[in-house]
Design a protein around this ligand. Structure first.
Ligand SMILES: [Zn+2]
Length: 674
């Protein structure tokens, strides 16, 4: 059907390998730039690594999410585009299986049916079920041969074409994940969701116009001329769970070949910081060198050094704190103008960053967007690439934990002045500000398509999760947090951990059960919110009234008034009643700092199980100030103006008392996280 592109694509070697993964793929694909189509053949070798037999497989056919206006993806998108840019019109995308054979001989085409496990939408064709006609016992291997064609959409949701630029992701029929007794985990393609797949080995041969630029997951292992002024380039990758590539003519994009060299690229202060937080020696933290390939529009060439520097800093930061990047190469593509929706995305060994040529000039160059996007997408090599949690069901484990790591790294880049162009930016303050927006409380721990709105998915999976971890760090300390995340990788790399795995690992590192904290922070919509609701001060001498003594009533010494806030009192003793309230549902210990007029202060911890508490204090001075959470441990608490109380006379003593008051409240609300 497709312009004779199949011919070059059908010679395949054996797939079998001793150290094969669970799902190994060999794909030969040919790109036709005139029609934006792919013609391909694919050999899949799947090992049932569970203890449960099965007689079926499930396949993702992601590109069919773009096949019509009625797919689940498009309905959830509600007519907009993924990132507010390009919308599909008539440039639909699809993938069609044309031939499928089991074990070299059994035709599976009659056994294939489309299923909709998430929403029963009869117009969605993004998941297929195939009855195999035989049982695959634990440890058994299934080999499928598939021929398929794919129409790429105009760039949408990180994939597609824009003129001659191609970002080819989610493009091939791909197995779901067999989870034993729970069956196949194979969700439809949703507007708010990323992916989940088994690890395996990939060998992908791509045939494209001869002089075109190409970048992909893995490393190039061969290149050979093909018919019609074309060439075939082969890439190999191991221990990855996806494969993506980009291609473009050389007048549009160029390649910068460079590297990460630890001696040159690891900032010394970061090495020292990692040593002190993790308790590891410099030798134990040594990172391997690796290759970096940057594919950049010629129009952005002037920004390439900045992108390379951002990539090197990313490799250093994540390598030091989470463990060495375990692959030999990273490819970074910055999409050209008009294809921005293909940027800011992660695939194994292959990430999309984003830039604008104006970023070369001030004041645009002051923004740290290039660094932030590069750090974030590289961070996904760890959370999405190596840990590979189920992003359909627990998106926060990738996006949110990675956003936490990104903000830590960006804060360090800015504080250490490693990118002289950028101006100070309150990274954590910005995340907390976003968290203060929604009126309806947000729960993080739901499936990606079950959030009330798509912006709530982003808010919960990215910002809220990052701030939850920041709060956990405040509660257990930076050292325990760093150790916990490091051992999260040690324990679960290539293991698809769940949210409860993360909580268990952090609890071990902290030496305390963080379950109650995370149950509330992730799996409930409880909001932390405390307030100082009342402070009353009096001296005992101002007490009045009557007392029964010696068989008659006596007047108590002092004024007849109740004497509250009496400044004239000459007693040495002030009695102070401080009332605090828990306005939110989140229960957790919070520190309270009480400062007296002479500057002396004391701290108390309120467990916060009750709705309110009242403390009676006594001192030789008036109480001058009360601050709930004085260290800003609870970054999750965004309503903090009422955490702060200052004695009125003390305020008005100062000619600019209102300035001090404003600074006090503002500082308590924001400055600790900026
Ligand atoms: Zn991300």
């Amino acid at each position: 059907m497709l312009l004779g592109l199949v011919a070059a694509a059908l010679t395949m070697g054996p797939v079998v390998a001793a150290d094969a993964g669970t799902a190994d793929y060999e794909i030969e694909v040919s790109l036709d730039p005139d029609t934006h189509r792919l013609q391909a053949s694919e050999r899949v070798r799947w090992t049932n690594s569970t203890a449960t037999p099965t007689d079926e497989i499930y396949l993702h056919l992601y590109l069919n999410a773009f096949a019509s206006s009625e797919t689940t993806f498009m309905r959830e998108l509600r007519g907009s585009s993924l990132r507010g840019r390009v919308a599909l019109s008539d440039d639909w995308g699809w993938v069609r299986i044309e031939r499928m054979v089991l074990d070299g001989s059994v035709d599976l085409m009659p056994e294939m049916e489309f299923v909709r496990p998430d929403d029963d939408n009869a117009d969605d064709f993004s998941v297929a079920r195939v009855a195999l006609g035989r049982v695959v016992e634990p440890g058994d291997v299934v080999e499928l041969e598939i021929e398929f064609s794919a129409q790429l959409p105009r760039v949408i949701a990180r994939t597609g074409f824009m003129d001659d630029f191609y970002l080819v992701g989610q493009w091939f029929p791909k197995l779901g994940v067999f989870e034993g007794e729970e069956g196949w985990n194979c969700h439809q393609f949703h507007a708010s969701s990323e992916f989940f797949a088994d690890f395996g080995r990939y060998r992908v041969s791509i045939t494209l116009p001869e002089n075109w630029v190409l970048g992909a997951t893995g490393v190039e292992s061969g290149s050979a001329p093909a018919d019609g002024g074309r060439r075939t380039v082969t890439y190999r990758a191991e221990r990855v769970h996806d494969f993506a590539w980009c291609a473009a003519p050389p007048d549009l994009m160029e390649v910068v070949e460079t590297d990460f060299s630890p001696g040159r690229d690891v900032p010394l202060q970061w090495l020292e910081r990692a040593q002190s937080l993790l308790g590891l020696s410099a030798a134990e933290l040594e990172l391997p060198p690796m290759r970096l390939r940057l594919i950049v529009p010629r129009a952005q060439r002037v920004l390439a050094p900045r992108m390379v520097r951002a990539a090197r800093l990313s490799v250093a930061w994540f390598g030091l704190f989470y463990g060495p990047y375990p692959y030999p190469q990273l490819t970074i593509v910055s999409p050209p103008r008009g294809a921005e929706e293909a940027g800011g995305m992660e695939y194994p060994n292959f990430i999309g960053t984003g830039a604008n040529r104006l970023d070369a000039y001030s004041p645009f160059s002051w923004s740290s967007d290039i660094e932030a996007v590069t750090v974030h997408e590289f961070g996904h090599q760890y959370f999405q690439g190596m840990l590979a949690s189920n992003e359909f069901e627990e998106a926060w484990l990738d996006e949110g934990v990675n956003t936490y790591a990104e903000l830590e790294c960006m804060t360090a880049i800015a504080a250490d002045g490693l990118v002289p162009e950028i101006r100070p930016f309150p990274y954590w303050g910005a995340e907390r500000l976003a968290l203060a927006v929604p009126q309806v409380p947000v729960k993080v721990g739901v499936r990606a398509w079950d959030y009330r709105r798509r912006w709530v998915y982003y808010l919960a999976s990215y910002a809220k999760t990052a701030v939850v971890l920041r709060t956990a760090e405040g509660l257990i300390g930076a050292e325990a947090m760093a150790l916990g995340l490091r051992s999260y990788f040690d324990r679960h790399a290539f293991g698809h951990p769940s949210g409860h795995d993360l909580v268990a690992t952090l609890s071990d590192a902290a030496g305390q059960d963080l379950g109650p904290f995370f149950e509330q922070a992730i799996w409930s919509d409880a909001v932390p919110d405390w307030a100082v609701t009342s402070v009353r001060q009096r001296t005992p001498k101002t007490a009045g009234g009557f007392s029964w003594d010696g068989g008659e009533w006596h007047v108590i010494e002092g004024d007849e008034t109740d004497g509250a806030d009496d400044e004239a009192a000459d007693s040495d003793i002030w009695q102070v009643d401080v009332e605090l309230a828990r306005l939110g549902d989140f229960i957790g210990p919070v520190d309270v700092e009480l400062t007296w007029a002479d500057g002396a202060s004391e701290r108390r911890t309120w467990g916060g199980e009750e709705r309110w508490v009242s403390w009676r204090l006594e001192g030789s001075e008036r109480l001058a100030q009360v601050v709930v959470d004085p260290d800003g441990v609870w970054a999750l608490e965004t309503r903090r103006a009422d955490n702060y109380w200052r004695d009125k006379p003390a305020r008005e003593d100062h000619p600019l008392w209102w300035v001090r008051e404003f600074l006090g409240i503002a500082g308590n609300m924001f400055l600790k996280w900026s």
